[in-house]
Ligand binder design. Structure first.
Ligand SMILES: NC(=O)c1ccc[n+]([C@@H]2O[C@H](COP(=O)([O-])OP(=O)(O)OC[C@H]3O[C@@H](n4cnc5c(N)ncnc54)[C@H](O)[C@@H]3O)[C@@H](O)[C@H]2O)c1
Length: 271
């Protein structure tokens, strides 16, 4: 990708930054010269990734559902690196049972997917305000805009993130803090690999019906969008959603079936 500016020497917090897409975001930011704080619950994975990345990377044990953890995360980041320039809210739960989703699952989903990230931005705000070139990237989803069978709490939480991001973009513009969302398509990640029992070729085949580019996204492709939105190359972009979905969001109900051809064949058959 073309060289991005405005990243080196800055500091980012990445929630859920130890796994899958979050780990790719942590790696991409760090390789662009950003001090990267991996805010995750799993100490094993978080510490291993911080050690792998080396200087300028730090793991901080964080449950984003806990206010104390968020306070400690902000304090530890500022103590280590002197400020905060970017907040990337990747952490999520897929705690969804469709029509059977319990009140507890609804609360857990919103607490992690929406409230945790919103409160982290609130707590980081005094530091973001002091940055020249601050940005927030929230993780939306392709699932936020269309109905997907048997999913209630997760896509609704993601739709809430899109609205939250628009409101944050408006309110934080006065501080020159930009806020955008990235909407990943179906991406090779821990949950998707789990569903597909590790069968990448089969996953690509299944997903090619929904993603016209014919495969899953790579976590690194999603991470590239995040670092672009953090960089000065996106200096006049705020309040948008950037889909990284191989064309998923361009499809209508006919998917890639040629409607004209199908209607023509039906008319022929009816003769
Ligand atoms: N994988 C996909 O196909 C896909 C598609 C669209 C959007 N997304 C979005 O991308 C992001 C990453 O998804 P993923 O598939 O890599 O998921 P993942 O399950 O691999 O990663 C989510 C991370 O969030 C962490 N997490 C959960 N609860 C937490 C808490 N209370 N505190 C701190 N961390 C917590 C998990 O431990 C995990 O590391 C999510 O926001 C998801 O909605 C993913």
């Amino acid at each position: 990708m073309a060289e991005l500016t405005g990243l080196a020497g800055k500091t980012a917090i990445v929630t859920g930054g130890a796994d899958s897409i979050g780990a790719a975001v942590s790696r991409a930011l760090h390789s662009a010269g950003v001090n990267t704080v991996i805010a995750a619950r799993s100490a094993d994975k978080g510490e291993a990734l911080a050690t792998e990345l080396g200087e300028g990377a730090m793991y901080h044990r964080t449950d984003i559902g806990q206010d104390d953890d968020l306070d400690n995360l902000v304090a530890a980041t500022v103590e280590a690196f002197g400020g905060i320039d970017f907040v990337v809210t990747v952490a999520c739960v897929y705690d969804d049972a469709g029509a059977q989703t319990s009140r507890e699952q609804w609360h857990n989903t919103f607490n992690v997917n929406v409230t945790g990230g919103a409160l982290l931005v609130q707590k980081a705000l005094p530091w973001l305000q002091q940055s020249s070139g601050a940005a927030v990237v929230n993780f939306g989803s392709i699932s936020a805009r269309v109905a997907q069978a048997d999913r209630w709490s997760y896509p609704v939480s993601k739709a809430a993130i899109h609205q939250l991001s628009r409101n944050q973009a408006l309110d934080l513009a006065r501080f020159k803090i930009r806020v955008n969302t990235v909407s990943a398509g179906i991406t090779w990640s821990v949950p998707v690999a789990g569903l597909m029992q590790g069968n990448r070729a089969l996953a690509d085949e299944v997903v090619s019906q929904y993603q016209p580019l014919g495969r899953l996204a790579e976590a690194e492709e999603v991470a590239d969008a995040v670092i672009f939105l953090c960089s000065d190359n996106a200096s006049f972009i705020t309040g948008i959603d950037l889909p990284v979905d191989g064309g998923y969001s361009a499809l209508g109900p006919e998917a890639s079936v040629s409607c004209m051809q199908v209607m023509g064949m039906a008319a022929e058959a009816a003769k």
